[in-house]
Design a binder for this molecule. Structure first.
Ligand code: ATR
Length: 276
């Protein structure tokens, strides 16, 4: 008999996670099922308890529970400790262990885009929230030492840089300062909410002066082509959509749960077919 897996968050109604995980289970001839559970913040504690009691073998965690779930878990894997947030939980015989596959998922997807080590690139991260933190730390673990962080609230970028032991070369910049030196970067990573509903037509900065060889990433995957990525495409820059990170974080979670690697191509195709 198959096991139950799932997702908790709110909203989860438009999540692509059930489609890609259920397809991967089918592909691997597993009878498991993945279900999206809408969980309001005030119900988080009871919901986590219920998932444990019902022997749900693993679940993903999305907005707004990635940090607030931590007190309700039994253990944190190194990835979750580093990120300070959880996106994947394993139920190990009644012990809930929190992992984070977001940062490494991003790095895996970025590796598909570059033809030399990611650490050979000068990188700009726009944003200094939870998502930026996970990506920043995952990149530094890959050996990247040349990463600047630009944020609307510059003190948050400064705090993030101070937290990381490997970033002597890093600068905290305002968004305007980053735009003024945009030509310095090989990879530009957009992690803010700008480009998401209701900011769908907005972009944090202009790419007009970016290097022609620059890779521009946006971690938003719905819409797939944000205003920033549309500008990147018009300028002939290399576009790296948020679908890559989404699919790779899911594949890493799938591997943690089942010890098997799903098809990245198949997952990617499902997301593009639904949202593209
Ligand atoms: P997440 O976990 O998705 O990163 P978060 O921790 O709330 O979410 O961080 C949101 C990020 O988007 C922050 O960098 C935030 O900038 P501030 O630190 O200045 O708040 C950024 N952000 C959100 N809305 C923004 C906007 N309208 N303009 C610029 N930056 C914005």
């Amino acid at each position: 008999m198959g096991n139950l897996y799932g997702l908790i968050g709110c909203p989860v109604e438009h999540s692509m996670s059930p489609a890609i995980h259920n397809d991967a289970f089918k592909e691997k001839n597993m009878e498991h099922h993945y279900h999206a559970f809408h969980v309001e913040p005030e119900d988080l504690k009871e919901s986590v308890k219920a998932l444990k009691l019902l022997e749900v073998k693993g679940f993903n965690v999305t907005i707004p529970h990635k940090i607030s779930i931590i007190p309700f878990l039994d253990e944190l894997h190194e990835t979750a400790k580093i990120a300070g947030a959880v996106n994947t939980v394993v139920n190990d015989n009644g012990r809930l262990i929190g992992h984070n596959t977001d940062g490494n998922g991003y790095v895996e997807s970025l590796k598909e885009m570059v033809n030399k080590p990611v650490s050979d690139h000068k990188i700009l991260i726009i944003g200094a929230g939870g998502a930026a933190r996970g990506i920043f730390l995952a990149l530094t673990h890959q050996g990247c030492r040349d990463i600047d962080i630009s944020n609307r609230t510059i003190s948050k970028a400064e705090e993030l840089i101070q937290e990381c032991p490997f970033t002597n070369n890093s600068n905290a910049l305002t968004i305007q300062e980053a735009e003024d030196v945009i030509e310095n970067y090989d990879i530009i990573i957009q992690t803010t909410a700008v480009g998401l509903h209701p900011h769908i037509d907005q972009k944090p900065l202009s790419l007009k002066n970016a290097k022609k060889t620059a890779i521009v990433s946006d971690i938003i995957y719905n819409p797939i082509y944000t205003a920033l990525l549309k500008e990147a495409e018009e300028l002939g820059l290399t576009v790296h959509t948020g679908v890559g990170m989404f699919v790779h974080q899911a594949a890493l979670a799938f591997k943690i749960w089942t010890k098997q690697a799903p098809s990245i191509e198949k997952m990617t195709k499902i997301v593009y077919n639904q949202l593209g």
